[in-house]
Design a protein around this ligand. Structure first.
Ligand code: ADP
Ligand code: ZN
Length: 730
């Protein structure tokens, strides 16, 4: 093992913290010294904060005044690779280092001295007096059953102060104990027999294994329709990494992290991998963070932020469903996990596998250009064939305004029910109805804080804003004209479709899958597992059902509104619709029973619909690529969004206009500015958002020019600016 450079007691070190100061500050190394990369506690004004020793101090002022590091934390120093990754990621996304460091140190409780780690569980007694705050604490403990929390975690989760928890401890309602040592993960065995691979699976697996063994960086696009065995193939690449003594990371879109998937991984390697996702308790996160850092956790299955775990010896990153838009973090640090995976791998000499049935245009273009290796699985595993795709012309369906299942779809579902197979109805809209209209005054109910409609969720009996999460009980009277009993739902959401299905098929067992119907991710996972085992005849769902689940008995997918998503001016709309519809349709049909997908559409002649029906992906991608190249937009040009937000619309626009006029730095690199215009989400949580779009040639030094450009703007008052490199919509 290589030890990082060491600073002796009293030497000056530069410590970077997550406090928004911008740069590392000088401190004196503590007694016993510290290593480069060490996690340390330092004084900052009157406070103590955690930071990382980022390098030697500058020593550009009075040595006597420099304060000493308080202590070195009992965790492995941050590796050079990781520091380099954070630095480059910050430079690419134009994120200040402190914010980037926060992503790399997100092990909660990192700052607790080991001796202070008490953990809390449900105790034996009932509290003498029950209050709301106390009840919340007990509810959190009840929900997580056997898990123990630290004091801060528990208080945060319950939204109470630490003293509430302490009060419950005094009464015996909460039990306090010393934290156990972090439990190691069971060893994974890459040599357990995997499935016998088909010929083209075996070829792909061997190419990937060979690449992993090279211990060099490389990226591969693994393309194949749903069910072609991409997962089987990349698990062999994982096995190769484990055999070589290296760690592996599999990234999944958050909602694809299912029990089914974990069980499959466990079956392949004989033990559970580490699972990193937003629902994990902080105790579990801390355990994973440590075990990954010590090289003890061999395989992590995680959502996008797992990229920032302190891997010791990472040999492989798989990005499954690489085209998925949820890889782009849209809050805080704006990064695309797919691109950051490539960056991270290139720094640590790892292989990247980008798996998808419908790759993003970016990845497609990189593969075409020879930057990425390309592997194809051309057929479904075994006898399974692609579903037959058919359009249902809704102009001829003759449905009343409150019905969405066409007679053709009805018939096909009937046939499935008769044969004991499953059918799925897909609609990408949560809630009961997208619009709630007052029949007295004609107003639609909108969110008070956003430029969005309030959506009725009948199951929860609430109106919810899908933009900011604002929610209120469903009113009796119209909020505008105050007339009662005139509010009417307009259009279908997943819950309303569920009602229609219940009326059409009263005997069928219908499962409506929507995130708000399940109290927890766990309950949802259990429901999905049940469906896979045949506990429902008809599955109704949103995007939630599009990903990562195998429903072996599912042979029909009805896409209620294939046109949704084709509207709007977004240049990526076609790509997204294509991917989503292909993906949902791909759920139908498995080894024994061939599948069918019906696309209900009002525009069967639309190019995207036609491309989906024809199943000609190459042609679709090529046509899309042509248009993007023509327009000079990604992946053939570079784009960045600048989002200004503030409480006052006119002021926000003024700032945008000012910025747009001072575009010297951009013109120097031949870049163009568009806007300001209202951002795609024009108002969120009471803040107005205005966007400028910058477009540049592929090779232009965009980040440097942008940094210079935005630095000119002095942000007054509550105005904020965020840079979004490679925006999702343009
Ligand atoms: P994808 O990731 O491309 O959607 P999967 O790897 O999930 O495909 O494979 C689809 C289904 O086919 C899974 O149930 C998987 O276990 C099965 N399968 C794929 N390849 C094989 C194989 N070589 N032997 C046995 N079953 C396989
Ligand atoms: Zn809102």
């Amino acid at each position: 093992m290589n030890f990082p450079p060491h600073f002796d007691h009293g030497e000056l070190v530069a410590v970077l913290t997550t406090q928004p100061l911008g740069r590392a500050l000088d401190y004196k190394a503590p007694e016993g010294g510290c290593h480069l990369g060490a996690f340390v506690e330092v004084p900052l004004g009157p406070r103590k904060v955690i930071g990382v020793v980022w390098g030697a101090g500058q020593g550009d002022y009075d040595y006597a005044k420099v304060r000493p590091v308080i202590r070195v934390l009992d965790v492995a120093p941050m590796r050079e690779e990781m520091r380099m990754f954070l630095t480059r990621a910050a430079a690419y996304t134009l994120t200040p280092m402190p914010a980037m460091l926060r992503l790399g140190t997100r092990a909660p409780g990192l700052g607790d001295p080991p001796s202070m780690r008490k953990v809390y569980r449900r105790g034996a007694q009932e509290p003498e007096r029950m209050t709301d705050a106390r009840r919340r604490v007990l509810e959190v403990l009840a929900e997580y059953g056997d898990l123990a929390f630290t004091l801060k975690e528990l208080a945060d989760q319950a939204g109470v102060t630490a003293s509430v928890v302490k009060g419950l401890v005094d009464q015996g309602a909460v039990h306090e104990e010393d934290s156990p040592r972090d439990l190691p993960f069971a060893r994974l065995d890459p040599d357990l027999p995997g499935k016998a691979l088909s010929a083209d699976q075996a070829v792909a697996a061997e190419v990937l294994a060979e690449a992993v063994r090279s211990e060099r960086y490389g990226t591969t696009l693994l393309r194949g329709v749903t069910g072609s065995g991409k997962t089987e193939v990349y698990l062999e690449a994982v096995a190769a990494a484990l055999r070589a003594g290296r760690q592996a990371l599999v990234l999944l879109p958050e909602i694809a992290l299912t029990e089914q998937f974990l069980t499959r991984v466990q079956a392949r390697f004989g033990a559970k991998p580490a699972e990193w996702h937003s629902g994990a308790t902080m105790t579990e996160r801390r355990r994973i963070w440590r075990m990954v850092g010590e090289g003890q956790a061999q395989l992590v299955i995680g959502a996008r932020s797992a990229l920032f775990l302190p891997f010791q010896n990472l040999g492989l990153i798989v990005v499954d469903e690489e085209h998925d838009t949820s890889y782009k973090q849209e809050d805080g640090v704006l990064y695309n996990a797919r691109d950051m995976a490539v960056l991270r791998a290139s720094i640590c000499g790892a292989q990247v596998v980008l798996a998808s049935a419908t790759p993003s245009l970016e990845t497609w273009a990189n593969a075409e250009a020879g930057k990425y290796r390309r592997l194809e699985l051309t057929s479904r595993y075994g006898a399974a064939v692609l579903p037959e795709m058919r359009a249902v012309d809704m102009r001829e369906a003759g449905l009343p305004g409150d019905r969405w299942v066409s007679p053709v779809l009805k018939q096909e579902v009937d046939a499935r029910l008769e044969r004991g197979e499953q059918a799925m109805l897909f609609i990408n809209r949560r809630g009961y109805a997208p619009v709630t209209l007052c029949r007295a005054c004609g107003q639609q109910i909108g969110c008070d804080h956003c430029d969005a409609r309030m959506v009725e969720h009948r199951f929860l009996k609430r109106l919810i804003c899908h933009q900011c999460g604002e929610s209120r009980p469903m009113p009796e009277a119209c909020p505008s004209c105050e007339v009662e009993g005139k509010l009417a739902p307009v259009g279908p959401g997943v819950e309303r479709l569920g009602e229609e299905a219940a009326a059409l098929w009263p005997q069928a067992r219908i499962a409506t899958l929507s995130s708000d119907m399940y109290g927890s991710a766990r309950a949802l996972k259990a429901e999905i597992a049940g469906i896979a085992e045949g506990a429902a005849d008809i599955v109704i769902g949103t995007q939630l059902v599009a990903k990562g689940h195998n429903f072996p008995k599912l042979t029909l997918v009805g896409i209620i509104d294939a046109d949704l998503g084709l509207m709007g001016s977004d240049l990526r709309a076609a790509e997204r619709s294509f991917q989503l519809i292909r993906q949902v349709a791909g759920r139908a049909g498995r080894a024994e029973a061939p599948g069918m997908a019906l696309l209900q559409t009002y525009q069967p002649e639309h190019p995207v619909i036609r491309a989906i029906l024809a199943g000609d992906e190459e042609e679709f991608w090529a046509a899309e690529a042509g248009e993007r190249r023509q327009a000079g937009v990604p992946p053939y040009g570079r784009m960045a969004g600048i989002i200004l937000s503030g409480p006052d619309l006119a002021q926000t626009f003024d700032a945008g206009n000012l910025l747009a006029r001072q575009d010297g730095a951009l013109r120097k690199i031949g870049a163009q500015v568009f806007g300001p215009a209202p951002a795609p989400i024009a108002r969120v949580r009471g803040r107005h958002r205005v966007r400028l779009l910058v477009k540049a040639e592929k090779t232009a030094p965009l980040q440097e020019a942008l940094a210079q450009w935005v630095a000119q703007l002095r942000l007054k008052g509550d105005l904020r600016l965020a840079v979004d490199i490679d925006p999702q919509s343009f």
